[in-house]
Structure formats: C-alpha cells, structure tokens
Design a protein around this ligand. Structure first.
Ligand code: FAD
Ligand code: SIN
Length: 552
C-alpha cells in the first residue's frame, strides 16, 4: 500500500467503498492499473463486515446451480433477470474456491465445507464462519488489498460528487478528505458504496449505509431500477437503547422458534412454513401480530426462543450473537431474545449489466448499490455477498481509457463560521427523516401516507438546496477547497449525507407510491395483491418514472 499523506489526483480507476464489493473489485482489476480505493470511514466499515449467516453457493453433492437458480427466482417474486441469476449461481463455486484459496476460514464438518439452511433455500447451501462470516471474508480481502502496491487506499475520504467530461463519460469524483475537497481524475469510477438502510429508523445496517452511491449516480443522470423493493429482516434485537443488531436467520435455520406473547408459534397462523417462510412473509407476520396484539406496536417485540437448539451447538455456531445479546442483558441460554423487524437490504439500485456497467460510460456499480437483476423484488438470503464477488470478478480484463490530466486551482481557504445555524437544521432533518420513512415506506405502505411523506421530503430537499453548503456539491472540477474551520469537514459531510438520504428517500417514496400492487419487499395495504401487469421493473431516469420490461 502507498502512503495516504500525498493524495494522488489521478488514477486509472477509482473504486468508492471498501466492503466486499469494493475490496474484491480492487483485487480483481488488472494489477498494472493504478487503483484508488476511497472509503468514507475505516477500511473495514460497512455491511459486509456485519454479515452473519453466510454466503450461498451450490457446492454440496445434494445441491446444484439449477436448484439455487430456482430458489433465487422464486424468492425474487417475478422480477429476477434469469440470465443474471444464471450467471450468479454458475459462478458461485469459483468465487468460493477463490476465497478458500485466499485463506477465508469457513467452518467445516468432517473436513468438508459446512452448510446451513436459511429461509426459502431448498437445500442447506450457506457457507459460514461461525456467525461472523462477513468479518472473516473482509479480513482476508483487506490483507490482500494491503499487499498490492497498485492499490492506494484512502480512508476517511467521502465521495461528494461525480464528474462527466464533454463526451458524457464519467471521469472523476470530488472527495472530502483531510479538511479539503479534492478532485480525483480517473479513467473509470466504480461505485461500491453499499446499501441505504439508514433511510429507515429501524435498520440492521451500519451508519455508513446512507445510499450515497445511488444518490450520486442519480444526480449524474444514471438509470436506476426498482427502488421500492427493500427487504425487512424479521429478527433484529429490540432492546431500549440497543442498536438493531441482527439475529441471523441461521438461528431459525438451526431450529429456533418465534414466539408470541403467550408462547405460541404465531407465524404458522400466517404461513405454513412458519419461521422459515420467506423473509417478507415473516416480517409482515410479526408486524401484523404486533398491530393486533401489542398496546404500542411501534415499540413492541416478539421473542426468538433458542432453547430447542443444543447449548453446545449455539456456542459453536453463534458466539457473536451470544456476546452481543449478553452485552444488552439477554442470556440466550435462559431466556428468549426480544426481536422485531428492521430494514436490512435494498434490492433496487443503479441499473447495471453483467459487466458492472451503468447507463453512463465510465461509471460502474457493484454490490448492494447496484441492480444487476439477481434479486428481483426479494433477495434470497446469503445471495448478496455472493453477488458482490461474482460481479466484481468480471473486472479482471478491465481496460479503462487514460484519465484526464488533473486540473487544480487551490481556492482560498473557506471559513465556515456561518454554517452553524444551517447545521442545526441539517441535524433535525437527519434525525426526523428516518422516522418518517419507517412510518410511510416501512413494512406496510399506503397511498395517503406515502403522498404525505413525499410532500415532507420534497420540502426538506428544497431547504437543503437553499443552504450555503449546497455550493460544495456543485463545485467546478478545477476547484480545490481547503477549509479553515476545524468543524467544516464534519459539517459538510453531515450535509452531504443528509442530501443523499433525502434524495434516496424521495426516490423510494415515489417508487413505492408509483407501484400500485404488492410484490416481494414492497407491500401496499391498499393494493395487497400481486398484479400480473405489474410484472415489470420500475425504471427511473432523472425525475421520469416508467415501467420497463423484465428483460430489455
Ligand atoms: P458495504 O459492505 O456496505 O460497503 C460499502 C462501503 O462504501 C463502505 O466501506 C462505506 O464506508 C463506503 N461508502 C459508502 N458511501 C461512501 C462515500 N460517499 N464515499 C466513500 N465511501 C463510501 N448478505 C449475505 O449474503 N449474507 C449474510 O449473512 C448477510 N448478513 C448481513 C448482516 C447484516 C447485519 C447486514 C447489514 C447485511 C447482511 N447481508 C448479508 C447483506 C450484505 O452484507 C451486504 O449486502 C453486502 O455486504 C454489501 O456489500 P457492499 O460491498 O456492496 O457494501
Ligand atoms: C442473516 O444472517 O440472517 C442475514 C443473511 C442475509 O441477509 O443474507
């Protein structure tokens, strides 16, 4: 790894994000390319590190890519792209072997890779490393990235705005880093910025998941797809003051029961598969159960009872869940875990081809920020880490054009005193927006609440646009800004993230209001049925929404 102190202004490729998608992309790119890996927090911060259950791959003798294909298509509720799914499942084995060769320590049983079952999988096919699979993968990928002299890692660097040249090609990005805004010039930009769970008040996602890539790409004019489809995970720890820590589906896969207030396995009242019904079904079952039975449904929870799983099995498989629950006062061996649903995974995103290309030349997207077509309206558990790797691997023959020569004028230092009042307003929007989205675009949606929320978010977006801070999201590419005030970077970053959240909130709400049916992760109380004529994608370009055919 080269030093961070002198930030180069020119790369062959800039990768934004250091989760599974960004790290694997950087490693897959040909090693003669100068790669800038930009990430807004620490190198290991992101959803990937938190992945618990594992990574799906049909490698057991009783399994096959065809079965994995069928399960993925079924979960996707009519909106998967069969070619993309076929590509995913057929490249899974190679991706896993590469991870094993690099040193990822997957659990084994009798010397063979161990597999577990998760909801809607017809076979046990989820490889795992205890309940910290993501951490095991990320740790190995980071080690490999740091060994590569062609990859220049820049952490604590926030990507603000993408740039296009006169031909319309994406050719760089502005980055807030070390008290300055720098323009980086590059032959191509790869967005690997992850999901947007922070748009909802209840989420399993880490704080960095603010939908930045989708917002940046949208503002540049890229085509987006299916943003209304969000997956709500049924079992997040629900204790006052605690983060919505995920209690992996693998716990139910190993046999744990979801219990109502009277100790009843109430999910069977909603679906014959009970706890192992598809995620959206279990989440809605909990939502409906709490609406019918709890005094204050918004703050209520049901219980996940692990007592049917042998104690040594719990200790072996779920050490991190035991530890996190204990930290919040729950002894999983003697009491059930209080759980409720939380926003978990964004199926929609920046529309991409199998080559990771977006609709804008020079701009690529990988991982949760992309919409490759593999997840449709609902993702099959443990397919997302796999998607990051399989699609990033396509970059091995990447051949970007030479980057433009960087232009640079150091503008006079900007004094930031006058942002204080604006920052107070930004903080209010940042705090209120996720609650509005949780109420209006959460597990169950309705036209009236969606329309009211759209009006409120539009008002917030107007307010944000009118602030003095807005100038820094519209900088000319020959401008480098250096801030004098020590708080300026923090204030501008909060502003930029809040703008991104407001943009993606607006896009999610508009998409959810537009789709007058229920399907996969999108459930409308006023349109509860799935409609054959809605078996189409929601396609967004600028402010235009239209239906687009399943396969173009
Ligand atoms: P991330 O890993 O989220 O990485 C995004 C990166 O982009 C981060 O480094 C972030 O800092 C950076 N970034 C974002 N915005 C900017 C910006 N403006 N400038 C610079 N950098 C930026 N999937 C599975 O397949 N199996 C599982 O078991 C599983 N368990 C999960 C458990 C939890 C708790 C969660 C939240 C998700 C889980 N998922 C699981 C989903 C899966 O982890 C994610 O979909 C996947 O890791 C996304 O990887 P990514 O690289 O696209 O994004
Ligand atoms: C889990 O462990 O339940 C999460 C798996 C996933 O989101 O794919």
């Amino acid at each position: 790894m080269t030093s961070e102190t002198n930030l180069p202004k020119q790369f062959d490729v800039v990768v934004i994000g250091s989760g599974a998608a960004g790290l694997y992309a950087a490693l897959s790119l040909p090693s003669h390319l100068r790669v800038g890996l930009i990430t807004k927090a620490k190198l290991r911060t992101g959803s990937s590190k938190w992945a618990q259950g594992g990574i799906a791959a049909a490698i057991a003798p009783t399994d096959s890519p065809d079965l994995h294909f069928t399960d993925t298509i079924k979960a996707g509720a009519g909106l998967c792209d069969p070619a993309a799914v076929s590509f995913l499942v057929n490249n899974a084995k190679a991706a896993i072997h590469h991870l094993v060769d690099m040193g990822v320590d997957f659990d084994r049983k009798n010397g063979e890779l161990a597999m577990t079952l998760e909801a809607a999988h017809s076979r046990p096919r989820v490889l795992h490393s205890k309940d910290t699979t993501g951490k095991a993968i990320i740790t190995t990928l980071i080690e490999k990235v740091l060994e590569r002299p062609n990859i220049h890692v820049v952490s604590q660097a926030f990507a603000l705005q993408l740039r296009r040249d006169q031909t319309g090609r994406c050719c760089g990005v502005s980055v807030l880093y070390d008290g300055c805004i720098h323009w980086l010039s590059s032959g191509a930009v790869i967005l690997a910025t992850g999901g947007g769970g922070q748009v909802f008040a209840q989420t399993t996602n880490p704080t960095v998941s603010t939908g930045d890539g989708v917002a940046l790409a949208w503002r540049l004019g890229a085509q987006l797809r299916d943003l209304e489809f969000f997956q709500f995970h049924p079992t997040a720890l629900t204790k006052p003051g605690a983060p919505r820590f995920l209690i992996s589906e693998a716990v139910r896969g190993e046999g744990a029961h979801l219990l109502g207030f009277n100790g009843d396995r109430f999910v069977f009242g909603y679906h014959p598969d009970g706890e192992l019904a598809p995620r959206d079904v279990v989440s809605r079952a909990i939502f409906s159960y709490l609406a019918e039975n709890a005094g204050d449904p918004a703050n209520a929870h049901v219980y996940l009872d692990l007592s049917v799983i042998p104690e040594e099995e719990i200790r072996r498989r779920f050490p991190n869940i035991i530890r996190m629950c204990a930290e919040w006062g729950v002894d999983v061996f003697s009491e059930p875990i209080p759980v409720a649903p939380a926003a978990h995974y964004w199926m929609g995103g920046i529309k991409t081809k199998a080559t990771c290309e977006t609709s804008i030349s020079g701009l690529y997207a990988i991982g949760e920020t992309s919409s490759t077509g593999v997840h449709g309206a609902n993702r099959l558990a443990s397919n997302s880490l796999l998607e990051c790797l399989v699609f990033a691997a396509q970059l091995h023959q990447f051949d970007p054009p030479n980057p433009d020569a960087p232009e640079e004028n150091i503008s006079p230092k900007v004094v930031a005193e006058h942002w204080r009042r604006e920052t107070v307003k930004v903080q209010t929007i940042r705090a209120d927006l996720p609650f509005l989205l949780w109420q209006s675009a959460g597990i169950c949606r309705h036209q009236q609440t969606l329309d009211e929320a759209i009006a409120q978010v539009s008002h917030w977006r107007d307010q944000l646009q009118e602030m003095a801070l807005a100038q820094f999201l519209q900088l000319r590419e020959d401008t480098t800004i250096e801030f004098e005030h020590p708080d300026a970077e923090t204030e501008l970053r909060l502003y930029a993230e809040t703008c991104n959240l407001a943009d993606v909130a607006w896009l999610i709400l508009k998409s959810a209001a537009w789709r007058t049916e229920s399907r996969g992760g999108h459930y409308r109380l006023d349109y509860p049925a799935t409609q054959p004529d809605w078996q189409v994608h929601t396609f967004i370009e600028g402010e235009e929404f239209r239906r687009s055919p399943l396969v173009e």
